[in-house]
Each structure stands twice: as structure tokens, then as C-alpha cells.
Ligand binder design. Structure first.
Ligand code: ADP
Ligand code: G6P
Length: 473
């Protein structure tokens, strides 16, 4: 295959992700602004890109717009256009109404539509072609996440000279669930085009290896898969992280410290502040945690004069039906809890449906006593790590679902099963009332874990393994 190289951009390190680090938005007065894109992928990759000075190929978040590449903070941004129809079928449809629920243990029913699949193939090809155009000879290209699982194979066909890595930010499901997917073979083969396929947890890598061993005519030896044409793809776990030091230092600036004190004052200086921070997503277990808190207050196990729960939820994928439905349910639940337990001048639950700058997030993490992270299934969950990184000492408590990837590393958290409301209730109570000594013992270990295993450790491990892979082409 012949690829016409881009005359302007030629990078030796290229990240390919559905999202760019910034989204182009049109504000109410019609002017154009750029704002940080939502989610863990961007949080994690931004510092990696700043260090490697590469190109980032991705969608800028708005439909029907073709933009030229530009520079942003040392990164070459290469926007990929999507039409309105492609946003509906590839992004909202196949990515977020088929793959997202399927890969998260089917906590919502996945929808299968053939037109969505066709759009997924078409858009993946566009990303592969754009990456092929802007990659230097022998460049390293790192493809990200479930939206682009066909890109590794497509890119290898276009540019066999490239070193191709892939990282899946979400869980990889057990074979028994993955098999539902009508296009399971194409997706597995798409991924195997990479030299190295990274997963959040060893269990996910095992699921993938088991799948290809059973379903494809490939040879699997330990974590190495050999294809009939001799290409070798390796599948291995690399738990992702955050810029721990960066978050810690941000939380320690005078402005953020002052803001954190102000937040507590504005909340009425509660004895205990609980905090939840998520994209508004049905995988996050937001309903379960709010219900647990509401019951504790109603039963008098938590005193609404002493405690407050702040839940921050970023609007997300708002045109997908399951997400709209979730928003209504949460609105109702919040109203009910505050209606029942609130007093004049005091609501036990503060719910903010908005996205905030990183400084404000750091102030909230610093202000909180108990961080409540309760996903029904989550690839990693960076919020848990951000809270730990923002502590100013061995204080505070992290309540963490066993079903978050983060639980694999953050073993000293107060663990819960999010499907067990009584378990959430008793653990919230314990975390709020536990002795300072117990909390400090847990937090010391958590902080060490988060500072020792930060995002540059993650990127270095993946990229040095990718560098060491030599495929006989
Ligand atoms: P996911 O990738 O599924 O959204 P993660 O917990 O891994 O979940 O990452 C979420 C990221 O989004 C974190 O970096 C977090 O700080 C950020 N975030 C979540 N909610 C908000 C919000 N309301 N405002 C700003 N940032 C948010
Ligand atoms: C998760 C996914 C990312 C995605 C992010 C935000 O972190 O793993 O790929 O970018 O959520 O979701 P969005 O659909 O807004 O990009």
C-alpha cells in the first residue's frame, strides 16, 4: 500500500486516540473556545505527550469540521474530522452503546447494529490513514482505546515499517461475554496488528489471550501471539496512573489550599465531607453510593448536621439514551434524599452536574475526608489515585470498589462490593469514624503506591517493552 506522507507533519512518536486533549466548543455567544476533554485517557496521556514532543491524532469533539494541524503546548495536534452521522454511528453508537457496555460486564445491554459497525470500520480506516501520513519512517505509533481497535491492523498494512503499540483503557471482558459481538473476529484481528497490546490488569490480558487461543488460528505462547504471517503481538498488563507529583504540588499551591478551606467553610464546616467525582456514567455506581448515603442519613447513622456528601459529575455522552436516563434517575434520587433529610440552610447532598478545571478538582480532593469510588466495573479509575495524590499527609480515607482496576494496586483502601448496598453503608460509616491511626496506616501505603507508580513509570514500561519487540517483517 502506498501512503502519501503529510508535507507539514512528520513525527517519530505518534499517539492516536478518538479524543484530542482539547475539544473545540462553540459558546453561547457564538464564539469558539477550546476546553480540556473529559475522562481518564486525556488526563493520563497529556503528561506523556508533553514529555515526548510527538503528534496526537484525534477528533476535536465537534462534527462536520475539518481543521488543519496546530501546535498546543509542545504537542502537534492533528484533528480528524467526523460527520454528524459518524458521531451518531461510530462514536455514540458502536463505541458507546455497543462496545462500552459490552466491555463493562454488560451492566447495561449492548446494542448491535450493522450500520454502526460499518461506520466504525470507516472511521477506524480514516484514523489509520491519517496516522500513516504523519508518521516518520520507523516511528512509534501508540493507538489508544476501544474506539480504535481496528487501527493497529490497518496501520500495519499501510506502514509495515512502524512500531505499533495499542493500549486499552477499559476492561477486556471474559470470552463468554465478548462472544456476543457479531464482529468479534475482526476486532481481535484488528488488535493483533499491534506489536504490543497493553491492558489495565493481568486478568484482562488473560481474557484476550484466552480468546485468541480459542477462536483464531494463531499460536499463543505465554503472552506472545504468533500470526500465520509470522507477525508477533504481545499482550501484557500495564496499570495506568496519573502525574502524581503534579497533582500533589498543585494541591499544595497557596491558591488551591485557600480554595480548599473556602469549600469547607461554604459547606458549613462539616465534621466529615464525603466526595464523589465521576463522568456521569452508569458504570460508576453513582446511584448505589447515593442510595447508601441517603439511607445512612435517614436511619440516623450519619447526622446531616455533621456530614455532607459532595457529588460532582461531568456531563458525558449526553445523546446516548442510557446516559440521559441515568441523569434523570440521579436528579430524582438527589431530590428525594435532600427533600427527606435536608433542613433550612443545609442539604446533606450537594450535587454538581458540571466539569471543573484541574485546580478546582485538586481543591475538592484536598477538602474531602472520605473519597467514595464505587464503580460496578472500571478499567482503572484515576479519580481514586488523584485523591490519594492530593493528600497533604497520611490522612483521609478512600472507599473503593473491588470492581475498579485501581483496587488491584490500592489494596489498603476501604474496599466495597458496589452491588451490596449494606456493604457500602457500613464501609462509609467505618471510613467516616475510623481512628486517625487506622486511616494513617492505610493512607501511608496508598500514597507510596501512587507516588512510586506514576504516569511516567507507566509510559516508560510500555514504551520500553514496545521498543524491545522486534517483529520479523
Ligand atoms: P473515566 O476515564 O471513565 O472518565 P477516570 O476516573 O479514570 O474515569 O478519569 C476521570 C478523569 O476525569 C479524572 O482525571 C478526573 O479528575 C476527571 N474528572 C471527573 N469528573 C470531573 C469534573 N466534574 N470536572 C473535571 N474533571 C473531572
Ligand atoms: C474513558 C474512555 C476514554 C474516553 C473518556 C471520556 O476514559 O476510556 O476513551 O475518552 O472516557 O469519554 P468521551 O466519550 O467523552 O471521550
Amino acid at each position: 500500500a502506498q501512503v502519501e506522507r503529510d508535507t507539514e507533519v512528520s513525527a517519530s512518536f505518534v499517539v492516536v486516540a478518538n479524543r484530542l486533549p482539547v475539544d473545540r466548543v462553540v459558546t453561547d455567544d457564538g464564539s469558539v473556545a477550546w476546553r480540556t476533554s473529559p475522562g481518564g485517557l486525556v488526563t493520563a496521556l497529556e503528561p506523556v505527550m508533553k514529555k515526548n514532543e510527538g503528534a496526537w491524532v484525534g477528533w476535536h469533539g465537534a462534527p462536520d469540521e475539518t481543521l488543519d494541524p496546530f501546535e498546543d503546548g509542545g504537542i502537534t495536534i492533528v484533528p480528524v474530522p467526523l460527520s454528524t452521522n459518524e458521531v451518531a454511528e461510530y462514536y455514540e453508537g458502536f463505541s458507546n452503546a455497543t462496545l462500552w457496555p459490552l466491555y463493562h460486564d454488560v451492566v447495561a445491554p449492548p446494542a448491535f447494529h450493522r450500520e454502526w459497525w460499518d461506520a466504525y470500520v470507516r472511521v477506524n480506516r480514516r484514523f489509520a490513514e491519517r496516522a500513516a501520513q504523519v508518521s516518520d519512517t520507523g516511528a512509534t505509533v501508540w493507538v489508544q482505546d476501544y474506539q480504535l481497535q481496528l487501527v493497529p491492523q490497518m496501520l500495519r498494512e499501510l506502514r509495515p515499517d512502524l512500531r505499533i503499540g495499542f493500549f486499552l483503557h477499559i476492561p477486556f471482558p471474559p470470552v463468554e461475554l465478548f462472544q456476543q459481538l457479531p464482529w468479534r473476529r475482526q476486532i481481535s484481528e484488528g488488535l493483533l496488528g499491534a506489536d504490543l497490546i497493553g491492558f489495565q490488569l493481568p486478568g484482562a490480558a488473560q481474557n484476550f489471550l484466552r480468546l485468541v487461543r480459542q477462536r483464531l488460528s494463531v499460536q499463543v505462547r505465554r503472552d506472545r501471539v504468533t500470526l500465520p504471517d509470522g507477525h508477533v503481538a504481545r499482550a501484557k498488563a500495564y496499570p495506568i496512573s496519573i502525574d502524581s507529583r503534579g497533582f500533589h504540588d498543585l494541591a499544595r499551591t497557596p491558591e488551591v489550599t485557600a480554595r480548599s478551606h473556602e469549600i469547607r467553610r461554604d459547606l458549613g464546616s462539616p465534621k466529615v465531607m464525603f466526595l464523589g467525582v465521576d463522568r456521569l456514567d452508569y458504570t460508576k455506581g453513582i446511584k448505589q453510593r447515593l442510595r447508601a448515603f441517603g439511607e445512612l442519613v435517614a436511619e440516623g447513622r450519619l447526622d446531616p448536621d455533621e456530614v455532607v456528601f459532595v457529588q460532582v459529575a461531568t456531563p458525558s455522552r449526553e445523546r446516548v439514551e442510557e446516559y440521559r436516563h441515568l441523569r434523570d434517575e440521579i436528579d430524582m434520587l438527589v431530590g428525594r434524599i435532600n427533600g427527606e433529610a435536608g433542613r433550612i440552610g443545609r442539604s446533606p447532598l450537594v450535587y454538581l452536574h458540571a466539569s471543573f478545571p484541574r485546580e478546582e478538582m485538586a481543591a475538592m480532593y484536598s477538602a474531602a475526608d472520605v473519597m467514595v469510588v464505587t464503580p460496578l466495573r472500571d478499567g482503572m479509575n484515576l479519580v481514586a489515585k488523584e485523591f490519594v495524590a492530593c493528600r497533604d499527609g497520611d490522612n483521609g480515607a478512600l472507599v473503593l470498589s473491588e470492581f475498579a482496576g485501581a483496587a488491584y494496586e490500592l489494596k489498603q483502601a476501604y474496599k466495597i462490593n458496589p452491588y451490596d448496598i449494606n456493604d457500602i453503608k457500613s464501609t462509609l460509616e467505618l471510613a467516616a469514624n475510623d481512628s486517625e491511626a487506622n486511616k494513617a496506616r492505610r493512607m501511608r501505603t496508598l500514597r507510596k503506591q501512587v507516588f512510586d507508580n506514576d504516569i511516567s513509570h507507566w509510559a516508560d514500561s510500555f514504551l520500553s517493552d514496545l521498543d524491545a519487540e522486534v517483529s520479523p517483517e
